[in-house]
Design a protein. Sequence first.
Length: 651
Amino acid sequence: MWIVLFGFSVIAWGMRMEHSTFERPGTVIIDDRGSERPFARTLLFTNPIDILIAHSPGDIDAALDRIDTLLASGKYLAGYISYDAGLAVDKPIRSRHTPCVPLIWLGVYDGFSEACPALFRDSESTWQPASVRASTRSGEPGIARTHNLATAAVQLNVSECEYLACIDRIRDYIAAGDVYQVNYTVKLLFEHAGPAWKLFARLRQAHPVGYSAYINTGEMQVVSISPELFLRREGDTVLARPMKGTAKRGRWYEEDVAIAHALAADAKNRAENVMIVDLMRNDLGRVCEIGTVSVPRLFHVERYGTVFQMTSDVVGRLREGVSISELLRAVFPPGSVTGAPKIRALEIIDELEADSRGVYCGCVGCFEPNGDCLLNVAIRTVVQRGSRCEMGVGSGIVADSDPKAELAETLLKGQFVNSEPIDFDLLETILYRPGSGYASLDDHLARMSRSAEYFGWTRVDASVGKASRSIHPQALQAALDRAAAEIDLRAGELTAGCARVRLLLSKDGSARAEWSDAGAPVTEPVKLLLVSRRIDPADVFVYHKTTRREAFDAEFAEARAQGFYDALHLNTRDEITECSTTNIMLELDGAWYTPPLDSGLLPGIWRAQMLAGGKAAERVLTVADLRRATRIVIGNSVRGSIAVASITQAD
C-alpha cells in the first residue's frame, strides 16, 4: 500500500519573509502552488521601478498598450486589472458608478524572487500571525473553523429586500430574451483590526487554493484567495478555466461524495457552466487559430474547504503575433463573473448593482517579458484600507433561479473569510493481541483513508492489512511494527493479553503509534452520564476520528471522576448521538437501533460491523427511547459490546 500525497507537501521556506516586506508599497505576491500545474511557484515582486496605473476609462487603452511596450523591453508586471476596467474594453459601456479603486494597478519590475512557503505552518514563520499561533496548534488547509475576525459585524451593502428585487429584475430580463444568465454580486463590509498581510497569511493557510495573491499599493492592500484561473498563457497556448456551479460540502466522506456527484449531474449548474464555456470559447476564438479552441474537460467538480465548485477547461492556440493587450481586449472581463451574452450582461450588472465592483471580479496576476501570463479571477478577494474591508460575493442567475436560494449561496461563498487554520491528526484506536496482530485493521485504515481524502491532505490506500506487510507505506508500517514489537516484548505484563494502540497520521504523511495496556474486559453492566453539552450536527469534526476531541475527553474524564463509565451526548435537536468513547445501541420492540450519522456522531468500527452484519439498523433516537428501551449497549472496536445498567442526567 502506498501513501499518495496530493494538494500540498510541507516544505521549508526557501527564503524568509520579513513583516516589512508585506508593509512596503509595491510588494506583490503571486502564488499558484495550489494549482495542479507541475511547476507551480510563489513569486515575490518588490521595489517596483514604476507603477502602471489607470484612473479613468479613458486611460484604459493606453494602459493596455503600455503593457505590451514594457514587456517588450524585458520588464515584468504584477498587480490587478479591475472589473470596471473591462467596461472600457472592446465595446465600452458608460458606467453609472464612480470607480472605487484605480482601474488598473500594475507594478513594473526588473525581476522577481521565487519563494517556497511552507503554507505558514512553521510556528516561527513571520507569515503566521502570533494571534493565530496562540489560538490554534498549527494549520490545516481545506477545513477551517469560524471565528469573528476580531472585527465588527459583517454587513451587506444592500438589504435582503433590495437583493431579492434585483434577482427578480434579472429574471424579467431573461424572460424577455435580453440575456441567458447574469452574475449578480453584492459586497460584504467589515472591519479587520490587523494588517492585511495577517489576513492573507491566515486565509492562505486555511484555504490553499490555486491562485492566491497579495498586493500592497500603499493606499490599500488586496488579499486574493481565488480558486479560479482566468488565463494562463504559456507560449502560444492559452488556458481558461471558468468556474460556475456551487454546492455546500458534506460532513462525512460518503455524504461529501454524494454531493459532489449530484453537483456534477445537476441540470441548473451544468446549464450555467456550459453558457460560460461557450462564452469563453467565443472570446478565445477571436485571438486563436481557427479550429484550435477546445474543451478538454467539462463539468469537473473541485473540492474546497466549505464548497464544491464546477469548472471546465477551455484551451486554444493563439494566432502568431497576438499580444497581451489583444488577448485582454478579447476576453476581459472574465465571462464567469459577467453573464451571457456578455455585453448585455455587463449593462444589466451596471444598472442593478449598488456599487462598482473594483478589484473583485477583475483579475490579479503577473505578466512576463516572453508574453506568458498567469491571471486569476479575483473572487474571494478582500480590499483593505486601514481597518475597513470589503469583499464581493455573488452568483449566476438563470431563468429558474430561486432568489432566496441565490442569496443563501452568495452568503455561503462569503463564509470563507471567517475561517482560520486548524491543526489535527487523524486517529485510529486499534486492539492488538500478541500472536494474533491488529484487530479489524482493514476497517480502521479504510476509515482513516476516507477521512484523509475528505480533508484533502493525505490519501491512504485502504489495502493496508490485505496485502503482505512488505508493501505497507514506510510511515504507517514503521509505526505499526514498532508498536507491535514493543508490545510483544512486554506481552507478559498485559492484564488480559491485549494492548490498545493509537495510530496517528499527520497531514504531511508522517505517522506514529502510541500504546497502552487494554486492561481487563468489562463484564458487568456500566453506568452512563448524560451530559449537558449538545453536539452540533453541522460540525464536520464530529464525523471523523481526529485529535480534536478536547471537549469529549474532558467530559469523559468528568464522567469517570463521578463513577460513570462514559459520557452520553445529545445533539442540538435533542437526538441521541454517541458516548465520548463508544457508540450506543438500543433494543426497541425486539430490534436493535443505533443513531444515524446525520444525528452527529463518529462512524465507529464496532457500529459499522453491527450494521453490516444485520444486527442493528439506523434510527433517530431520543431520551424517550432511552426510557422505553428493553436493553442498551455501548461499544467500540477495542472493548466490544458493553451492557448499560443505568443512565443519569448531569445537573
